[in-house]
Design a protein around this ligand. Structure first.
Ligand SMILES: [Mg+2]
Length: 317
């Protein structure tokens, strides 16, 4: 089990907090709270993996705390085990209906508490692994299109709030079909993995994001930097790709290049504007048509006005 799990213990009685600390302190990182307000505050701040929540507390009781936790996007998914002297089935039912995952009654039976906590944390761990796998492209190990859609929405809204620009880069490997045709799909897959790695290494800030969008196409999202910065990063990533060689059968070292289309806008409304994607895509066609191995930026205004200066090229290979 991952020892890095954090458990928030909420109980108004010091004795109970000490007991639980003794029981769980060796296996997990513990955070303590002695009332409902503190519990909410610490849950938001530390995002624990599990909460053990006393029901009977002066002021805000456990049920009220759970309701609040469920109302907040940042704490909604944290599993909560009610831990209390209440042992009537009515209370248990109420707790579970509010969304608690389990119910432990006092006085504690230590092995039971340990096992229940461990089991719930195991589920948390497994769920996260599955979520992670569902968000990653299995060939390259970088995020997939599904993850991109989520991140795009989140970053778009963040930029709208901060009045920051969002830039999008659509990237396509040049003459990719040749790799597959000349050397087979194994070689093609190796090219995809290498480009994915190179693009990922080219990113600078935590919010910069790259995904495999599909086939030999990648997308980079650059939130919160002006167009000039995004363009510079694109150009630098393009050079990184150009500088590398992919080993091929027969000891050959193959050059590989990418074409990139970029677009920048200033978000004006909450819903992500798909015109940004269309503009980046049009710029990519222009890069292909202009000779490949280059970055072309959509000339539309930063206010998000869509421009259609490029006729779609025949193909993008
Ligand atoms: Mg109590």
């Amino acid at each position: 089990m991952n020892p890095a799990f954090t458990v928030l213990i909420v109980d108004d009685e010091k004795h109970n907090r000490s007991l639980l600390t003794e029981l769980l302190g060796e296996d997990y990182r513990l955070i303590l709270a002695k009332n409902g307000e503190q519990a909410l505050e610490r849950a938001r701040e530390h995002r624990p993996d599990l909460i053990l929540l006393d029901v009977l507390m002066p002021g805000m009781d456990g049920h009220a705390v759970l309701r609040q936790l469920k109302h907040d996007d940042t704490t909604r998914d944290i599993p909560v085990i009610f831990i209390t002297a209440l042992d009537s089935t009515i209370d248990e039912e109420k707790g579970l209906e509010l969304g608690a995952v389990d119910y432990i009654t006092k006085p504690f039976h230590p092995p039971i508490v340990r096992v229940r906590v461990r089991n719930h944390l195991q589920s948390v761990h497994q769920r996260r692994l599955l979520e992670q796998l569902a968000m990653l492209d299995s060939l390259t190990g970088i995020p997939n299109r599904r993850r991109f859609n989520e991140v795009f929405e989140l970053e778009w809204r963040r930029c709208l709030r901060n009045r920051d620009a969002v830039s999008l880069l659509v990237i396509d490997i040049d003459h990719f079909k040749r790799f597959n045709d000349d050397f087979g799909h194994t070689e093609g897959d190796e090219v995809l993995r290498r480009i994915a790695g190179t693009l990922q290494r080219a990113l600078r800030r935590p919010a910069d994001f790259v995904c495999r969008y599909g086939g030999e196409e990648f997308v980079i999202l650059l939130p919160g930097i002006p167009m000039e910065g995004a363009l510079a990063l694109a150009e630098s990533a393009r050079c990184d790709v150009e500088a590398q060689r992919v080993p091929a059968p027969g000891g050959m070292q193959l050059p590989v290049t990418v074409s990139m289309g970029g677009a920048t806008c200033l978000p004006q409304r909450a819903e992500p504007d798909h015109a940004l994607f269309a503009r980046a895509d049009a710029a990519l066609y222009a890069a292909k048509r202009g000779g490949r191995n280059r970055v072309v930026w959509s000339p539309a205004s930063a206010a998000g006005e869509a421009a259609a200066p490029f006729a779609a090229a025949a193909g993008r290979d």
